[in-house]
Design a protein around this ligand. Structure first.
Ligand code: WQD
Length: 340
């Protein structure tokens, strides 16, 4: 069973991808510095799988420690790189922390992969590289723009590094970059999900914490945008569908015809406004949500959603879970958290 190194594998998307890798017959090996997750996630993974997954507490900027993992494990067939900081607001306040972790971490990983002749890499990128798109839905050919935060800029820079590495022809590394839209939801077991460390910045964890009474009320950041109901539009994709896209990308890299660098949008292809998400949550869960309308949030993209034709045609990607099902799974996870 091919061994796949999953950096950030104890995180939200990483843990769901570890499950899907095992379901697809791979052997995942987790590398995580646990700076933004909890060891309890490993218990959730082993409860779902009925077995432990190898895990190393390693920071991807630590070349020696990373090299030790490659040497100890041996025979690593590919890497999925999730490990990165992702809080937009924090990145504005502490850009150096973000450039070190998100950019130096990738460069270190690439060097260790090259030294160990490991060629296949799936990279966790983001729709944030599109900035404020002129046309919708966005395709992979939509020009990327200077991102509106250091976080987004690290993703743009990382993509450029990976493209340069591929174009040089001097490294044995093939990469697929997956540009995520908005991951939401949790595994059907409710044993893993989006871990809320601190006050959530993202919409769906804030919704579920408000419904659970942890937060007083949700503030909708602006209803004066040029959208059907005035609130922002995003493309909310279930984290399990997103996890399956990573398995499809690993499989693609194992095929000869994969180019040295390919990019795919991973979303549902549907846009939903904030108010539509609130309504969908209420109808999916029967929970009345306490919310109020507030001012716009600085840096917000008014509307963005994906054209997923390329991922559908090349990776065989398809979304199987609806917005309502995704929100119901987020609520089940929130309720299970309270029992912990
Ligand atoms: C979604 C919508 C808010 C909270 C995220 C991640 C970012 C990147 C891209 C990975 C927006 C509105 C939110 C709230 C609200 N992810 N909102 N009240 O902004 O698309 O960015 O995806 O690369 O790291 O943050 O997602 O969930 O923060 O916001 O009205 O309390 O919900 O204005 O329109 P966003 P989000």
């Amino acid at each position: 069973m091919s061994k796949i190194l999953v950096t950030g594998g104890a995180g939200y998307i990483g843990s769901h991808t570890v499950i899907e890798l095992v379901e697809a017959g791979y052997t995942p090996v987790i590398v995580d510095n646990f700076s933004n997750t909890d060891e309890k996630v490993l218990q959730g993974i082993s409860s779902i799988l009925g077995k432990e997954v190898a895990c190393y507490r390693v920071d991807c900027t630590d070349a020696a420690a990373l090299q030790e993992v490659f040497a100890k494990e041996g025979g690593i067939a590919g890497v999925i790189h999730f490990a990165a900081f992702k809080a937009v607001g924090e990145s504005v306040a502490e850009p150096l922390k973000y450039y070190h972790n998100n950019v130096a971490g990738l460069v270190t990983l690439l060097q260790v992969m090259e030294n160990n002749k490991v060629s296949n890499l799936v990279f966790s990128s983001s729709c944030t590289v599109y900035g404020i798109p002129e046309n919708l839905p966005v395709t992979e050919e939509t020009p990327t723009q200077k991102a509106n935060s250091p976080y987004g800029n690290t993703k743009k820079i990382d993509e450029e590094i990976l493209r340069d590495v591929a174009d040089s022809g001097n490294y044995g590394i093939k990469t697929i970059a997956l540009r995520y839209f908005n991951p939401i939801g949790a595994h059907e077991s409710a044993l893993i999900g989006e871990l809320p460390l601190g006050v959530p910045a993202n919409l769906v964890p804030f919704i579920t914490q408000t419904a659970a009474g942890i937060r007083e009320s949700l503030t909708v950041y602006g209803t004066d945008y040029d959208t059907p109901d005035g609130s922002c539009i995003r493309d909310y994709v279930h984290v399990v569908d997103l996890a399956k896209a990573h398995v499809a990308a690993i499989k693609r890299l194992e095929q000869e015809e994969a180019a040295a660098y390919e990019v795919f949008n991973i979303g549902t292809g549907q846009g939903s406004t904030v108010l539509e998400v609130i309504n969908a949550f209420e109808s999916a869960t029967g929970q009345k949500l306490n919310y109020k309308i507030g001012p716009r949030r600085a840096g917000d993209v008014p509307k963005i959603y994906a054209d997923v034709t390329k991922a559908t045609e090349v990776l065989g990607f398809k979304t199987s879970l609806s917005l309502e099902e995704s929100l119901a799974s987020s609520w089940a996870w929130q309720k299970q958290l309270e029992t912990k």
